[in-house]
Design a protein around this ligand. Structure first.
Ligand code: FES
Ligand SMILES: [Fe+2]
Length: 373
């Protein structure tokens, strides 16, 4: 894999204005300038494998969808061009792109080809129907990772991801299906959630019995474009344990991601790898200035699943352990983030970011750049 760029961290720089975490005006500007212009992770190709499989998401305050049309993924705004109804309502499913209100049905170009009572009531010819096409949304795929971009113009996904595209492609070969998927609502701005995973400074006090036991605590960072990576060694005990599990259960762990490797794909996709055997995929999705949803998926490096060595019972035990640990440490992060969010509304003084918080320094620099502040 290509190596990412070095980054020289500054000592003790101020963070973004505290209002950036809670001000409704800034939140609306952020939806427009950040979320509608960045590539936003939407799901995995496995969820869109069959014709008519679809996913719906809310990106930058807009409802969007991605759907498989005979093997090709197409994205659209999820708003019917007849009278504004939401076309697909479930977060995921399988079905024609047909609006449930009056039944207009759309093709792969977003053009309504089926309009009940068209001749008698609308009289739309081909040109008229094209004039009622859905607004497209860009779709990009890297390995199994599917991204959407609302803005019509922008870099293609490969350029956007830079050197980290290789990591996503590599991870897509190792980690095939999630064994756990959950959503938790946090009473905090989404950036508080992201910032909680961009440093290990908080590990000693916030995660003394969870994350701290897992890692050595050294911290190496690199950067490319809007994104960053942080790496810390897995503790000897944890490394031995995961290597033993991988051996006994016939996992095929990554030969490259041997530490605790953490990737931040701007703005809100966070991917953590433990000893190449576990992958945690998180998004911190904004629900409002003061709320976000942490969506979590956990994977093991077991391409054979239940039919693998060791059998389903042993695998289940490992899954439960990994899930419980992740949920416990995310609760710890949630508590810390919610309290920090409460605090940021009581002050006009920005945070102070140390050298060991360099990835937050870079996150803020990218955010400021996109927000033009
Ligand atoms: S609003 Fe969609 S068919 Fe009428
Ligand atoms: Fe944490």
């Amino acid at each position: 894999m290509e190596s990412a760029l070095p980054f020289v961290a500054a000592k003790a720089v101020p963070g973004i204005d505290p209002a950036a975490y809670h001000d409704p005006e800034i939140f609306r500007a952020e939806e427009e300038r950040v979320f509608r212009h960045a590539w936003i992770f939407a799901g995995f190709t496995d969820e869109l494998a069959r014709p008519n499989d679809y996913l719906t998401r809310r990106v930058g305050g807009l409802d969007v969808l991605v759907q498989n049309f005979d093997g090709e993924l197409r994205g659209f705004r999820n708003v019917c061009t007849h009278r504004f109804a939401m076309i697909h309502r479930a977060p995921r499913g399988n079905g024609m792109l047909r609006c449930g209100y009056h039944g207009w049905t759309f093709d792969r170009d977003g053009v309504p080809y089926g309009i009940p009572g068209n001749e008698a009531n609308f009289g739309l010819d081909r040109e008229g129907r094209c004039g009622r096409a859905l607004t497209p949304v860009a779709v990009g795929v890297c390995g199994r990772f599917v991204f959407l971009r609302v803005a019509a113009e922008g870099p293609d996904l490969g350029d956007w991801l830079g050197v980290y595209a290789d990591v996503l492609r590599h991870a897509s070969e190792i980690f095939v299906r999630p064994f756990d998927e959950r959503s938790m609502e946090w009473a905090a701005n989404w950036k508080m959630g992201v910032e909680s995973v961009l440093e290990v400074y908080h590990a000693d006090l916030t995660h003394p019995t969870t994350f701290r036991k897992l890692v050595k605590g050294d911290w190496r960072c690199d950067y490319d474009g809007a994104h960053s990576r942080g790496v810390t060694g897995v503790s000897d005990k944890s490394a031995r344990w995961w290597d033993g599990v991988s051996e006994r259960l016939g996992f095929r762990p990554s030969p490259i991601l041997r530490d605790y490797d953490h990737l931040h794909i701007f703005p809100n996709l966070e991917i953590g790898f433990t000893r190449g055997a576990v992958m945690s995929v998180q998004t911190y999705d904004p629900l409002g200035p003061d709320r976000c949803a942490l969506n979590l998926r956990l994977f093991l490096a077991d391409p054979d699943g239940d039919s693998g060595k060791g059998g389903p019972a042993a695998r289940r035990l490992i899954e439960e352990g990994a899930r419980d640990l992740n949920v416990a440490l995310l609760r710890e992060d949630q508590e810390a983030s919610e309290l920090a969010f409460r605090g940021c509304r009581q002050t006009g003084r920005p945070a102070l970011l140390g050298q060991n918080e360099e990835r937050i320094q870079q996150f803020h620099a990218v955010w400021r750049g996109m927000m033009e502040v």
